[in-house]
Ligand binder design. Sequence first.
Ligand SMILES: Nc1ncnc2c1ncn2[C@@H]1O[C@H](COP(=O)(O)OP(=O)(O)O)[C@@H](O)[C@H]1O
Ligand SMILES: [Mg+2]
Length: 305
Amino acid sequence: MDAILQVRNLTKVYRLKRGLLKRENLYALKDVSLEVRRGEVLGVVGESGSGKTTLGKIVLRLERPTSGEVLFEGKDVFELGKEYTRMVSVIFQDPRNSLNPRMKVREIVEEPLLVHGEKERRKKVETALERVMLDPSFMERKPDDLSGGQRQRVAIARAIVLKPKLIVADEPTASLDVSVQSEILKLFKSLKEEGIAFIFISHDIRVIERIADRVAVLYGGRVMEVGEKEEVLKKPLHPYTKFLLSNVPVRHPKERRPFDFQEVEYKIPEKGCPFAPRCPEYLEECSLSVRRSELNGRVVYCNLY
Ligand SMILES: Nc1ncnc2c1ncn2[C@@H]1O[C@H](COP(=O)(O)OP(=O)(O)O)[C@@H](O)[C@H]1O
Ligand SMILES: [Mg+2]
């Protein structure tokens, strides 16, 4: 097992104002431990608010954890210098916001090369654009005259131009039409073949199913289960994973599965399993604590196991 990135007991607390004097702790992440292996795609899936983006931001050092640590090749990422941004890059959901509209494509893709004092920049920009299948004529264009898919290709070119070992991709296809989404997923797969590892974040389990090698399911800032994709999605252990799978939109109404959960806003309890208030297999102990089990290489945080 060759981990390139290790996330250990990561907790991120936001202090929220509640009225004039009251403050409340919001655990965006609570005691999250994960690893990304060299060259793999770790899919991170969970509903909106489950802590996916916070996890990505901390890995990218855009946020500081409240406690816990992130190690890249064994070293604390917050102690590494600029070299970390050479090895780890990012692709955000909406290239409309992540690409500077005043810059030309050439300048956007060149920027990381300038930051790291690279030579032969023009050649490297060309190679990166070629890699994402954008014609060199795109170099002089600006994000506003590109389609959503083309803009995301530019963002990918920028993310790969320094040949990173790991890319954090936060909902990188969520703003795209289905057919374009498919093209971009193919591109991600081909980058993976070249040995780049990914933390691939998505609320859409169908996207995760297409791209991930292993899957981590998040809910309420906690890991529910982690394991090989085939295991987690074909034989889910955690009731929350079963819930996500039963909610996958189907193409035909006849394929729809019975739905036995209610669509209500649930408050995440401070103690025990965050999913306890919604869980059809709830046990009394779930409101107090959660047990971590390892079953054939899978990790599940659930008192049923
Ligand atoms: N800067 C912030 N201040 C306060 N709360 C935040 C902040 N960023 C995220 N949160 C909260 O943390 C939780 C997790 O958010 P996020 O990581 O964005 O989830 P996801 O990406 O899975 O939708 C949410 O409840 C969100 O409202
Ligand atoms: Mg998010």
